[in-house]
Structure formats: structure tokens, C-alpha cells
Ligand binder design. Structure first.
Ligand code: NDP
Length: 703
């Protein structure tokens, strides 16, 4: 194969940089020109100062240079008929004709096409009569999307939740003619994750590319205004192979066939903007070109020679199926502060040469060797990894090398795929309580009495009042007998001990709980020691604690027991895993560590003064934090993929509940995480009830 091909790429953004980069890997391509190109493209191709819509100029340039193949990036060039002009002049060009580009440029054309050929999309009808529109809307599921088909100053779209809202909107649009005389388009409301599916298409031949997902909003958490795209990645875990195969056959191949049947065959890239709805994959929109920023993450995975694919499509002959690397890519866009609104340009960007990843320029300019910002989206850094997590770790490490105060980027690209799933203690405790309730009903039938619990509260600490009320309420809900014993703030230790002694001897009582903390005149340790071991439903008694460590039967402390249940919810197999427990109290940290050891995990017990705590927590496959101090664990202290349990229940400066872990940052790295407040609280109560039932059974069976 000789390296003698000359290629012209039309366009200038990050997408064209990725195309130029792919072409530069071809062993056939000798030289690439790019019109107009940009500073980054200029490092891999020769920039040509021609506008992408200057068809006559581009044609003349291609003829003069003896270009073998022209590749068109942007839609603007296609819709002014660049492909038609080049073909008429006998030049080879990759891109759709003007007629075929209508699949993107005319929404009406695309909708009618999908309707006619049964391509799945949101059902859609347009109306100019009120009655007719209303009947249609009422016959379909709500919510309905109602769009005034004309200029309406951005107020022409109504998402109607029910028949009344729909009627009001239709009345306003069609009868009152609020926006003037016009038609109304009624579309079904679709929900589900969106993704992009691109393919090289030549007539009916479709060569699919890997799936990708774009992030349209400017800021983390999908907040802020819409942009051209702030990042993208491949390897979407929420799209199954079945979904992908369906989309290829029923959407991309069906659309290619439909376009042939309509007499305007495709000969370029077909981009499906798709959504995985509860009723299957559907089309949101078609584009007639490479997507941006999807191209920047998709093309780096191409192992085949892209020149072969482009030229086969341009000539209308079959190509070999492209081969894609079995890896995933992730790209983050660096944008000018202020984008997508107004922003100043011309700031120097330093450190790009140190970045060990693909850097695609979007809006940059060279000024005597200095690289300057020259657009809203400035550049995109793309990394590759065995999985999304690895690619994301790498991309943010590389981005840290780029120095420019005028730029910002999103920190949560691929969050759809990676966000820690919630360990929902509230939900889990709910189902545990339902099981207990059923069990307790049967126990009463079998033993002739219900489990019973006494809760003692001393004084009027408001937090304790709440905890105690929740515990008693839960006991009642489960059908247990319960007693709430209230003692005055200034009660003597002797009086409290006497009460406990009395309860210890009560043959009808199974569980005793003394709410901590206790007033100063009372020694907490003596009080806990006084509760009979077999009625210690909290599991705090020294004999229970001792038996736990010795591996003998005992009442397991509630909070640690609940924490283990939450960890099990994640599905992690603890055998051989590293667990780090931050916190070393006798009732939380230490017993959790013991329970984890019993599951054959390697356990490290750390605390708030552990030296270089970060290097310890970064080893944790399972991280339990029970220190009682806000932000003891920040996001960067979490090992990617870890299961994180935040036991802490603190109040921040504004009095809001907060945990020990910086949840917002940590959830971007954890695979599973408890929300704030942790959901550990409801689990503690559920385990308290379970312990009471177990104490009851032990007493009954020993009789
Ligand atoms: P403690 O205050 O008892 O323990 C926290 C820290 O106190 C330890 O990490 C350690 O500090 C020190 N400490 C306590 N006991 C000992 C000991 N015996 N030996 C040495 N040091 C000790 O808090 P908890 O463990 O009870 O609770 C931690 C957090 O979890 C709190 O925010 C609490 O509110 C919350 N929590 C929530 C529950 C729920 O159900 N939601 C239940 C229980 C607790 P250091 O690390 O500095 O060495």
C-alpha cells in the first residue's frame, strides 16, 4: 500500500479534529488539508483559509490540489449542496446529498418518514382544528407534548399532565390564537436515558459505530443551560446488546432503506439521537453527519483504516465491516467561563503539551507560539481505558495539567453510568419491618404472648426524645408490647438502677433499652452493666460485646448489624476484600470491624487522627465512616468503585443534617453509597426490633 492519498476535510471544530486524527492514522494518506481547520488541526493537517460553506472555493481547491477524497464534517456545508456540486464535477466526496440531508434539516420530513416506514419515535400528529386535536390528545397517554408550530417566543411548548391542562393549552393556541393563527403538533412525552448511535451509511449498507452519550447541560448534575456538549463517553452500561441490535435493525437500517425507497439514498454518516424508553428504543432526532462531541470519543476506537470506509461509501461500493477496539473512551470539554452565554476570548492555555491523552481543539488560536482560547468550547481531552471508571480517572488526572483560569469543565462526565447507586436504608428497613410484623403475629399465636420492649428516657434532650418516640412507635406498629418509661433530668443513679433491676426481673419483658446520653450525675457504664445481658437489645452490655469478639452467641449491636445488612444490599462478596472502618467507638466502629472480619474481609480500623487517612481509605473496597465529624472523608479519599457507608449524623453550620462523608463528591466515585442522613438510623431501629424478637425467642425456648 502506498502512502499517496490526498484528503480534504471540510470543517473546523473538535469533530473535524477527530476526523483528521483518524485519517492521519491511515497508511494510505499522504497529506490532509482542512478548511478552515483550527490551531490543533494545524498540527496534523494543513489549514486552508476557506469557509466550510464556500462550495465554489472548496471545489476549485480540490481540483487544483488533485484531492483524492473530500470528507464533510458540518451540516451547514451539506445543506448548501457541497456533495451535489463535487459529484457533478466528478470528485469523490464523503457526505450526503442535499436531498438526503433533509432527514436532519426538516423535522417534518423525518417525522413523516418514520411514520411511513414504522421507525419507532414519539407518536406525532399535527392539527389545526381544536376539537380534532383535543380528541387525539385525550385518546393517548398523558403527559402530552403540545407544540405551537410557528414562532411563539419560546412559549409555544406545553407539557400537559392531564386532560384539563391539555384542553386549556389547545384552547389558547387554536381557539384564542394567543400566538397567532397556526397549527399545533401533538407529540407523546418520552422518558429514559438518551444516547447516540452513529453509522457510516451507503444506500442500504449500514456500518455501525460504538454507542456514546453526550452531556448537554453546562454544569454538574445536568444543571444549567444547554450547550453544544460538555463531554461524552462510550461503553454505555444501561444499553443492552439487545437494545443495540434492535436500534441498528429497526432504526438505522430501516431509515437507510426508507431513504433509498424515497429516492434520496444516504451516503455519509447517519446519527440517531435515541432514547431508551420503557417501551423500547425510540428516535428523538436524526442528524445527517457526525455528532459533536460524540465523534471525538467514537473515532479513537476505530482500528480499521477510515480512508477505506470513507472512499467505499463515496464510491457506493461495499466496505469491510469496521473493526473497533474493545475499550471505552471518555472525553471532557474545556469551555470558556461564561459559555454558553457571552465570554471573553484570547486567554493563554498552558500545559497542553504535557497531557498524555488525545486533545481535540474546538476553539483555539495560535498567536506566535502561544495557544489562546478562541471560542466557547475550547478543547476536548479524550482518554481510553478498560472501563469507564479507568477512563474517567485518567481524564481528570490529565485535565489537571491544563492551566488556564478562563476555562471550566464538568467533573461528572459519565455520571449516568458511574454514579454510586443508593444504599437506601429507609427502603430496606421498611421491608425488614414488614417481615417482622408478619413474624410477630405468628409468634403471638404460637407462644400466647407478644415480644415486649421497655424504653427508658431520662430528661428531655430533644434528639433523644425523637429517637425514643421513633423506637416506641415502631414497636407498636410491629405489634409488640412496649412501655415508655420517662424519668426526670435530675433522677438519681440509684433510682434508675432500681428501675432497671425491676425490669430485669419482669418475666413478661424481653428487652430493655436506656436511651443515651444520660445526665452527668449518672455513670453510663454502670447503667449499661446493670441491664441483664439477655435483655440487652441494644447489644451494648460488656458481656454481649465480649461474646461478639469471642465469636459466641450474643446480641449483636443494632447499628453495626444494620450496617452489615446495608453492605449486603450492594451484593459485594466480602471474602478477601479490604474494608476500612473510620471510627472506633465500642458501639459502632469496633463491632462493625469484627462483623466484617467474620466475613473474611481484611479490616483496617482507623479514626479521625489516623496519620494520612487518605492513603488508608483509598484501599477500601468497603468504607464505613462513623466518627461524628463532617467531611472527614472527602471525595478524593474514596477508592473508585467502593461501597461507602456513612454512619455520621451531624449538623452543619446552618443546622442541616450532614454525614461524615462529602456525599456530593463521594457518590461520583463510589459504586454504592448511603445518602445523607445515612439511612443507617432506620436500620438501627429495625435491628433493635429484630434483637427484641430474638431475645423473646431465646427466653421462650429456654423455658
Ligand atoms: P462516638 O462519639 O462514640 O465515637 C466517635 C469517635 O469517638 C471515635 O472514632 C473515637 O474518636 C472516639 N471514641 C469513642 N469511643 C471510643 C473508645 N472506646 N475508644 C477510643 N475512642 C473512642 O460515636 P459513635 O460511634 O456512636 O457514632 C459515630 C457517628 O455515627 C455519630 O455522628 C453518630 O451520631 C452516628 N450514629 C448514627 C446512628 C444511626 O443509627 N444513624 C447510630 C449510632 C451512631 P477518634 O476517631 O477521634 O479517635
Amino acid at each position: 500500500m502506498t502512502r499517496d492519498k490526498k484528503v480534504l476535510v471540510v470543517g473546523g471544530g473538535g469533530r473535524c479534529h477527530a476526523i483528521v486524527d483518524a485519517l492521519s492514522r491511515s497508511p494510505q494518506v499522504a497529506k490532509i488539508w482542512c478548511a478552515p481547520g483550527n490551531a490543533g488541526i494545524g498540527l496534523q493537517a494543513e489549514n486552508v483559509p476557506l469557509k466550510d460553506t464556500d462550495v465554489a472555493g472548496l471545489l476549485k481547491f480540490a481540483q487544483e490540489q488533485g484531492i483524492d477524497l473530500t470528507v464533510v464534517g458540518p451540516e451547514a456545508a451539506l445543506s448548501v449542496g457541497i456533495v451535489d456540486a463535487f459529484r457533478a464535477a466528478g470528485l469523490r466526496i464523503f457526505g450526503h446529498t442535499r436531498a438526503a440531508t433533509r432527514i436532519e434539516s426538516s423535522k417534518e420530513f423525518a417525522k413523516v418518514l418514520m411514520d411511513k416506514y414504522g421507525i419507532p419515535t414519539a407518536a406525532y400528529r399535527s392539527f389545526d382544528g381544536f376539537e380534532e386535536a383535543l380528541a387525539y390528545v385525550n385518546a393517548r397517554p398523558f403527559p402530552a407534548v403540545l407544540k405551537y408550530d410557528g414562532l411563539a417566543a419560546g412559549k409555544g411548548v406545553v407539557i400537559a399532565a392531564n386532560a384539563a391542562e391539555a384542553e386549556a393549552a389547545l384552547r389558547s393556541m387554536l381557539l384564542d390564537e394567543t400566538f397567532g393563527k397556526g397549527r399545533v403538533v401533538v407529540e407523546d412525552f418520552l422518558t429514559g436515558p438518551e444516547f447516540s448511535f452513529m453509522a457510516f451509511v451507503d444506500g442500504e449498507r449500514v456500518y455501525p459505530m460504538p454507542l456514546s452519550q453526550d452531556h448537554k447541560r453546562a454544569f454538574d448534575g445536568d444543571r444549567g443551560p444547554n450547550t453544544g456538549g460538555m463531554g461524552a463517553y462510550t461503553g454505555l452500561p444501561f444499553i443492552t446488546e439487545e437494545d443495540r441490535a434492535f436500534a441498528q435493525k429497526e432504526i438505522l437500517e430501516a431509515a437507510a432503506k426508507a431513504m433509498v425507497a424515497e429516492g434520496c439514498p444516504l451516503s455519509g454518516v447517519l446519527y440517531g439521537g435515541l432514547m431508551k424508553t420503557p417501551d423500547g428504543v425510540k428516535v428523538i432526532e436524526f442528524n445527517a453527519r457526525f455528532g459533536d462531541p460524540e465523534t471525538e470519543v467514537v473515532l479513537p476506537l476505530l482500528e480499521s483504516d477510515i480512508y477505506d470506509i470513507f472512499s467505499a461509501v463515496a464510491e457506493g461500493r461495499p466496505a469491510a465491516q469496521p473493526v473497533w477496539r474493545n475499550a471505552v473512551t471518555l472525553g471532557v470539554v474545556l469551555a470558556s467561563k461564561g459559555y454558553p452565554g457571552s465570554y471573553p476570548k484570547g486567554f493563554e492555555i498552558q500545559g497542553v503539551e504535557d497531557v498524555d491523552a488525545r486533545v481535540y481543539h474546538m476553539g483555539t488560536k495560535l498567536d506566535g507560539g502561544r495557544l489562546l482560547t478562541n471560542g466557547g468550547r475550547v478543547m476536548m481531552v479524550v482518554t481510553e481505558g478498560a472501563d469507564i471508571r479507568a477512563a474517567r480517572e485518567k481524564v481528570y488526572a490529565e485535565l489537571a495539567k491544563v492551566r488556564c483560569d478562563a476555562l471550566f469543565f464538568r467533573r461528572d462526565i459519565a455520571h449516568w453510568a458511574l454514579d454510586g447507586k443508593l444504599l437506601d436504608g429507609k427502603a430496606l428497613s421498611g421491608s425488614i419491618k414488614e417481615d417482622l410484623r408478619e413474624r410477630i403475629g405468628k409468634l403471638e399465636v404460637k407462644y400466647g404472648r407478644k415480644p415486649s420492649l421497655a424504653v427508658i428516657i431520662v430528661g428531655n434532650n430533644p434528639a433523644s426524645q425523637v429517637y425514643v418516640r421513633n423506637k416506641v412507635k415502631t414497636a407498636i406498629y410491629l405489634g409488640m408490647n412496649s412501655r415508655l418509661i420517662t424519668m426526670a433530668e435530675d433522677v438519681s443513679e440509684a433510682a434508675l438502677l432500681e428501675m432497671i433491676d425491676h425490669l430485669n426481673r419482669d418475666p413478661e419483658l424481653d428487652g430493655i433499652l436506656v436511651q443515651l446520653p444520660l445526665p452527668k450525675q449518672i455513670n453510663e457504664a454502670r447503667v449499661i452493666d446493670a441491664i441483664a445481658k439477655e435483655k440487652d437489645v441494644d447489644g451494648f452490655h460488656p458481656l454481649n460485646v465480649a461474646d461478639l469478639w469471642l465469636g459466641r452467641p450474643c446480641t449483636v449491636p443494632c447499628t453495626p448489624k444494620g450496617i452489615l445488612r446495608l453492605i449486603d444490599e450492594s451484593g459485594i462478596d466480602l471474602q478477601g476484600k479490604t474494608a476500612v472502618v473510620v471510627g472506633r467507638s465500642n458501639i459502632v466502629g469496633k463491632p462493625v470491624a469484627k462483623l466484617l472480619l467474620d466475613r473474611n474481609a481484611t479490616v483496617i480500623i482507623a479514626h479521625s487522627r489516623t496519620k494520612d487517612l487518605k492513603s488508608v481509605t483509598l484501599q477500601a473496597d468497603v468504607l464505613v465512616v462513623a466518627v461524628g465529624k463532617q467531611n472527614v472523608v472527602t471525595g478524593d479519599m474514596v477508592k473508585p468503585g467502593a461501597v461507602v457507608i456513612d454512619v455520621g449524623m451531624n449538623r452543619d453550620a446552618e443546622g442541616r443534617l450532614c454525614g461524615d462523608v462529602d456525599y456530593t463528591e463521594a457518590r461520583l466515585r463510589a459504586s454504592w453509597i448511603t445518602p445523607v442522613p445515612g439511612g443507617v438510623g432506620p436500620m438501627t431501629i429495625a435491628m433493635l426490633m429484630e434483637n427484641t424478637v430474638e431475645c423473646f425467642l431465646a427466653r421462650m425456648d429456654s423455658k
